[in-house]
Design a protein around this ligand. Structure first.
Ligand code: AGP
Length: 613
């Protein structure tokens, strides 16, 4: 998605903007731009060179005016208008003095554009964003200060935005605002910053603040002040950011994806840390609903996208098994439009690494509108999803930069299984001893993941023999099924090869027709309760010529006779297996993608956070 950054009061404005845009590249983009402002003059440069746009912009900025102490920058992921330079941000008003950058979608841009054109405004792009520059221009012409002009302009706007606006006639001011799209503010002595997320300003700012929906912030060298859409003062919540710069860098790994795969034991351990109150109850991070309301839950619906959806599918098994509650899992982008039935006692769980995926946010909002209470599982503190939920369990996976989500998945499963145990605790569907035993097993998972990581050579050896393969099925039963779905997604999104995840019992109902020599079937066989069934599925595909890779437990003495390749993992309670079994599948996808020369951190066509529907 688009990324925005701004700085005011700095002696290193241009360097700050270019470094920040580079840090925002992982959000996915196809063009970039910068505006520098000093008294009476706004200078702009824009490029549309795909994922090389920031590098191209650096060259363009060699012609930038010196000694500008404020500016804004933008990486654009096209939603309205082709990814061409004239659609790249910043956009200017007719005077060329007002500059704006924007992440989000202005839903009523067409009517605003017609209205402004009728009053003589000339547009130079087809973007939705440009309409705001002209609205601000009109309001400034009436003598409003920039803060009020932006506030009044936003009263006309419907849709999602994180914007930053500058005007050459107020050179030491940036006005920023948000609705749905993420925005943080940072400060250091004599300097203020804004960005779509923390890494962009991580080593510049010394304090960070969350901006909430419909809050507008005026930033200057002296600091910032914030108001709501009506102009009433608001206080921004300070964020506790303990990331050092290394966290946002690769830490010695070739890429973020391999770093983040390696961080999975820590991600699970951190997510499970300090989750018990003195009375033994399992604690949420934020709880704005009572235990009694949780006790009265009669039905659970999980909504999520992509990898988070697969974590949600694992949670279905855990909540039904431990808390004896009926659970549905919905694709977030489908939930909102199917006129869902939300009865009293419905708990909706939104699962999102970024906490900014618009499909998931809109689904949980729809559920809340219909009377459901919402729990958020988010990896980003104060994310939109977290702020709007009635309760939050944060995954503590740390910054996940690679577009292919890995450590977030295992952390999400851990957090969701904690939630399932909390519900079981409240409903007394498990004894304290059973809960204690399951919690101990959950805490052992990080060690099992570390064991699998130590065996990554086994996976690399298998991958090296498959570089010519181009057709994969991933199969599993019970919680092995969402694990298979996630393994297929990993392979698809970073190797660009075709892969399908399937419930192993479904193959005979059609997909078996596709099985022939050359097709690779990856079978998740670690669930002791489903072992006999999954082995017969492996025999089914072997008999039709498939090459089988099995993920099997250390103590499985039958699998070698039926699979071509076996990757071993420690045995554990079936409900915990997705967090362990997914690791060889991540490593397989990674190893194949590297062998194929793919960009594993920034796969084509994908973005890390999808903030448009
Ligand atoms: C995962 O590898 C993908 N990059 C993608 O499916 C992602 O999981 C999905 O977009 C949801 O993102 P979220 O968890 O931030 O909501």
């Amino acid at each position: 998605m688009c990324g925005i950054i701004g700085v005011v009061g700095s002696d290193e404005t241009l360097a700050t903007l270019l470094q920040g845009l580079q840090r925002l590249e992982y959000r996915g983009y196809d063009s970039a731009g910068i505006a520098l402002v000093r008294a009476g003059h706004t200078w702009r440069a824009r490029t549309a060179a795909g994922t090389e746009s920031v590098a191209a912009l650096r060259v363009e900025c060699e012609a930038a005016p010196q000694n500008c102490r404020s500016g804004i920058g933008h990486t654009r992921w096209a939603t309205h208008g082709a990814p061409e330079a004239e659609n790249a941000h910043p956009h200017l008003d007719c005077s060329g003095h007002v500059a704006i950058i924007h992440n989000g979608i202005i839903e009523n841009h067409a009517e605003l554009r017609e209205e402004l054109r009728a009053r003589g405004h000339l547009f130079t792009s087809v973007t939705d964003t440009e309409v705001v520059a002209h609205l601000v221009e009109e309001l400034r012409a009436r003598g409003l200060e920039l803060l009020d002009a932006v506030r009044q302009a936003l009263l006309r706007v419907r849709g999602a935005f994180a914007i930053a606006v500058m005007d050459a006639s107020e050179p030491d001011v940036i006005v920023a605002a948000r609705r749905i799209s993420p925005l943080v503010v940072g400060t250091a002595p004599g300097v203020c910053y804004l960005a779509s997320d923390v890494p962009a300003i991580l080593d510049r700012a010394t304090a960070f603040y969350a901006v909430n929906d419909d809050e507008i912030v005026r930033l200057g060298p002296e600091g910032f002040r914030a108001v709501d859409l009506e102009g009433a003062p608001v206080r921004l919540r300070q964020l506790q950011i303990d990331w050092d710069l290394e966290t946002a860098e690769k830490g010695g790994y070739d890429d973020f994806m391999s770093k983040e795969i390696a961080e999975q034991p820590d991600a699970v351990r951190a997510t499970l840390l300090d989750r018990r109150r003195r009375d033994g109850t399992i604690a949420f991070d934020e709880l704005r609903i009572s235990d009694q309301e949780l006790r009265e839950v009669r039905r659970v619906v999980l909504v999520a996208c992509g990898t988070s959806l697969h974590a949600a599918q694992v949670a279905k098994y855990a909540i039904e098994r431990w808390a004896r509650l009926s659970v549905d899992v919905d694709i977030a982008s489908e939930y909102r439009y199917r006129d869902p039935v939300v009865e009293i006692g419905t708990l909706v769980i939104g699962v999102s690494q970024s906490g900014e995926t618009i499909d998931t946010i809109q689904a949980t909002r729809e559920a809340q509108r219909r009377g459901a209470r919402v729990v958020a599982i988010s990896n980003i503190v104060d994310s939109s999803l977290a702020r709007e939920a009635d309760a939050v369990i944060y995954t503590r996976a740390g910054l996940e930069v690679s577009v292919a989500s890995t450590k977030a998945f295992v952390a999400q499963v851990a957090a969701l299984e904690l939630l399932a145990l909390r519900l079981a605790q409240l409903r007394e569907t498990l004894t304290p001893e059973e809960i204690e035993s399951l919690l101990e097993g959950l805490h052992d998972v990080s060690g099992h993941i570390a064991t699998v990581l130590s065996r990554r050579g086994d996976v690399d050896a298998v991958a090296a023999q498959l570089l010519d393969a181009h057709d994969y099925f991933f199969i599993g039963r019970h919680v092995g099924f969402p694990t298979a779905l996630e393994g297929a997604l990993k392979l698809k999104e970073i190797t660009y090869l075709h892969a399908e995840g399937y419930a192993a019992g479904e193959l005979k109902h059609g997909p078996l027709a596709l099985i022939e020599p050359g097709v690779i079937v990856v079978a998740v066989t670690t669930d002791v309760n489903m072992h006999e069934k999954i082995l017969s599925n492996v025999a089914e595909v072997k008999a039709r010529g498939a090459t089988v890779i099995a993920v099997a437990t250390d103590d499985d003495d039958q699998i070698d006779a039926v699979a071509d390749f076996v990757v071993r993992v420690p045995a554990t309670d079936p409900m915990f297996t997705p967090m362990i079994d997914i690791v060889p599948l991540q490593l397989l996808a990674y190893s194949l993608a590297r062998g194929l020369g793919r960009n594993v951190d920034r796969p084509r066509n994908l973005a890390k956070t999808v903030t448009v529907e």
